[in-house]
Write a protein that binds this ligand. Sequence first.
Ligand code: GEK
Length: 255
Amino acid sequence: MSDQPKSPKASTEGGLSDQIFAEPLANIAGFKFDQKVVDVFPDMIKRSVPGYATTISMIGDLAQRYAQSNSFCYDLGCSLGAATLAMRHHIRASNCEIIAIDNSEAMIDRCRQVMAADSSELAVDLRCQDLQDSQIEKASVVVLNFTLQFIPKQERSQLIRNIYQGLLPGGVLILSEKVQFENPAHQELMVELHHNFKRANGYSDLEIAQKRSAIENVLIPETLDVHKERLSDAGFSSADVWFQCFNFASLIAIK
Ligand code: GEK
């Protein structure tokens, strides 16, 4: 536990500003969620993902609505725990516990400090684990907030089926992803709008280009149709987009 004073509602805000790709790099390695990324993560995700703050805040509202008493709520690929905190501050159901999982040790270590600085009573169990080895059980809410996109494509259906099996009747999966478009002109427009968003947030063309090279074989987007079909094949009774900004969307799938 941290020695820092607890605040009633801690946040993941703070940290350094993201300069990781600011200087020209001779070799651009594949993107990793290491300590360097952890140190700038809140700034990076806010300046890179349109609608991120809205998505986080609405996850709190959705969790309040769908969390069931005597159940678990999962935050899969929790990073520093922004979605975990949103759920922690909103869930009113009794005897709920949040299980937050990430396979980056650096992320989990920092997330532990964030949770320790937050005084909410709702229990949080932090696990440094691969999602593909994680058991989902007695779940009323499962959050995959911009995480499935990092799982190899051929392994995504197994993970979604595993989540479906672990959900209670009436339970929900909130799935946020960077998405791809079938129509090449539409795809190009969305990429351009996204890059304009990053430019408006202070990223240079060099930063945008180098980040793109680092992440292109690591973050693999799919179309909304592919996501919906996978959710339906797994057994979800509905899967609808509740938020979208450019090529970033969030779905809610109900068991
Ligand atoms: C947020 N949800 O702030 N097992 C566990 N964790 C993984 C795996 C895996 N196989 N692959 C990637 N991760 C967060 C943001 S970030 C999204 C999620 C982004 C973890 C990885 O370590 C990282 O912390 C997270 O998934 C993706 O609401 O940076 O674009």
